[in-house]
Design a protein around this ligand. Sequence first.
Ligand code: UDP
Ligand code: MG
Length: 346
Amino acid sequence: MPLPLSIVVPCYNEEGCLGELHARLTKAAAAVAGDDYEIVLINDGSRDRTWAIMQELAGTDPHLVAINLSRNHGHQLALTAGLDLCAGERILVIDADLQDPPELLPDMMAEMDRQKADVVYAVRRARAGETAFKRGTAKAFYRLLSRLADIEIPVDTGDFRLMSRRALDALLSLPEQARFIRGMVAWVGFRQVPIAYDRAERHAGETNYPLAKMMRLALDAVTGFSTAPLRFASHIGLWLVAASILLFIYIGIGFFTGSAIQGWTSLMLVVVVLGAVQMFVLGMIGEYLGRLYIEAKRRPLYIVSEIAGRAGGRPSLGHVAEGGAQGSETIAASETPGGNGSRPIA
Ligand code: UDP
Ligand code: MG
């Protein structure tokens, strides 16, 4: 019998938060899953007593799984480690600092059931205790990303979300190194619904996302989900070609009316033509590089949600998600006589 609920929490220098975190997570988990849940804590190479406290907690609470990474790997990779190792049918991802309220879990569960969703992501309505600079840059970043990205990535959404097992399995089938998990979850697809909440202040300690780390995350996000920066040169090249037609006319007038000084015409032609050609060729290289980059990520080509009818048809490419929140629904449907014949994929 699979475990109904896993809660996955990456922790870096969170000694001041762990006690309170454990108490509040336990309460929230027990309210929705009774005794059948696990809390997976990942210590991401903390320099304080985080790991010692985790071990203590794991010694007293059988629901707790504590994972110690060999060094600081960064938030997204620590989270990936926890997601790889958790066993639940539904997975809650939450920060350790209690900025995201664990008490939202029952609502998220209810929303998942009600909407038959595979992902319930929490959208920040308000953010308390964060500097205007952090709020401003975060807001600008999410808007820029949603303009650049090739898929729709929800704005003002962190990693605080509830996922079904099949959505998680699909997410884990994405093998890339530079991971921007909230974007990758969006990429996976299925039915994803928002739920609004107010972001609280940090319970204790300081942010582990200084500007440098935020910039790195932003770069991973933009480069991971858009090749627009690579195509920039080809856009300039095209505009230059268009502009050079006007310039040709201008240069030609100078040449034929004799108003241009000696040598200017040939010099200008060379500058304009070379500039346009260079930009265009750079852009072409960008296009190839962009495709090479996408290929190098080796993501599955697509993810199948379910197949209706035509029993025995087997998809051979891409990634087929295991039945999750939705899957169990479809089993019920196909077992009912006269059901619509849709079935989960094994
Ligand atoms: N975190 C981590 N490794 C890091 C940095 C952060 O595991 O290198 C964890 C941290 O313990 C917290 C979450 O990632 O649970 C979010 O970090 P933080 O709260 O510092 O970021 P902010 O909320 O300020 O953006
Ligand atoms: Mg935080």
